[in-house]
Design a protein around this ligand. Structure first.
Ligand code: AMP
Ligand code: FE
Ligand code: FE
Ligand code: ZN
Length: 293
């Protein structure tokens, strides 16, 4: 924790090579310490595989909150198209059978869908291969950024960010949906595993369609604990609106970087969570504990 007189620097959304970040769990922990973080949450997509390595590398003075980012989908009313929703889950029990089974299913689904995206890109004449994408992933929970790295290596685009402009865009011709977990079931699964859930980047419209306030309200009614208000993909006005919504719904407002190493431009600690919000959030969880180095 922070020395007295200074507020703790808390970043609750960080990725490693266990999913689509570019730093290993040990390296991301070291980078967090160098960046001056007091608390970091490891939140890889649909996997807890980075936890143990992160704990083993945790230096004195840093606290690691074990977490995940669960791929969900919000099914609106009749006639409405489903919308991708990412739920951050903190302090879940890593041996909870229902959670373990769902994460396994989601990773299998990520792999199936990644291969389909690559097939479409190859059919369009782009010089990449599924084998090469799997090498970039190296056993991780596969995501579009791994395909992006193959596109960069092949010289098709200059950066992973550029790959997302068209080739990997959810609105583009090569996109393939994955069968994500229903968002209501996602909130309930995280709670059943003893964790607390936070709606990740709810207003990040640059990535695709976003849900309305009614959807967030519905998730709050089934046990959602917080909203990620301060996030690099949110405009200042969106943050203001989300902060008001969080207060109205009695949800904790968090702030985070969504750091992915060089796969994204976000910096560690780019946005942070207020210590009182952090403590309020963690008090609701019992599936595992923060790891203090
Ligand atoms: P997927 O999980 O396979 O659907 O891919 C989505 C992931 O790609 C998200 O976790 C984002 O972190 C990442 N992503 C989205 N947009 C970009 C971008 N412009 N540049 C780099 N990574 C991105
Ligand atoms: Fe990601
Ligand atoms: Fe996300
Ligand atoms: Zn993320």
């Amino acid at each position: 924790m922070a020395d007295s007189g200074r507020s703790a620097v808390i970043d609750l959304h960080i990725h490693s090579t266990a999913s689509d970040g570019t730093l290993s769990p040990a390296a991301v922990v070291a980078a967090a310490a160098v960046a001056g973080l007091d608390v970091m949450a490891l939140t890889d997509h649909d996997t807890l595989a980075g936890w143990d390595e992160a704990f083993a590398a945790c230096p004195s003075g840093l606290t690691i909150v074990p977490g995940l980012e669960l791929s969900c989908v919000y099914q609106g009313g009749e006639g409405q198209r489903p919308i991708s929703v990412h739920l951050l889950g903190y302090l879940v029990d890593p041996s909870h059978p229902g959670l373990v089974a769902e994460l396994c299913r989601l990773r299998t689904e990520r792999s199936r869908r990644g291969e389909k995206i690559v097939e479409k890109l190859v059919a369009a004449g782009l010089p990449i291969s599924w084998d090469r994408v799997r090498e970039f992933a190296a056993g991780a929970s596969i995501g579009r950024p791994h395909v992006g790295r193959a596109l960069v290596e092949a010289g098709v685009v200059a950066s992973v960010d550029e790959a997302f402009v068209e080739l990997l865009s959810a609105a583009g011709p090569y996109y393939v949906r994955k069968a994500d977990l229903d968002a209501v079931a996602g909130v309930q699964l995280i709670a059943a595993a003893g964790g607390v859930s936070v709606f990740a980047h709810p207003a990040a419209g640059r990535r695709g369609r976003v849900v309305d306030e009614a959807a967030i309200t519905a998730l709050a009614q089934v046990g959602l604990c917080g909203i990620e208000v301060d996030h690099p993909d949110h405009l200042p006005a969106e943050r203001d609106d989300l902060r008001i919504l969080a207060a109205d719904l009695g949800l904790v407002a968090t702030g985070s970087s969504d750091f992915h190493g060089t796969n994204k431009v976000n910096r560690l600690g780019q946005h942070t969570t207020d210590p009182s919000a952090y403590h309020e959030l963690m008090a609701g969880a019992c599936g595992s504990r923060p790891y203090a180095g």
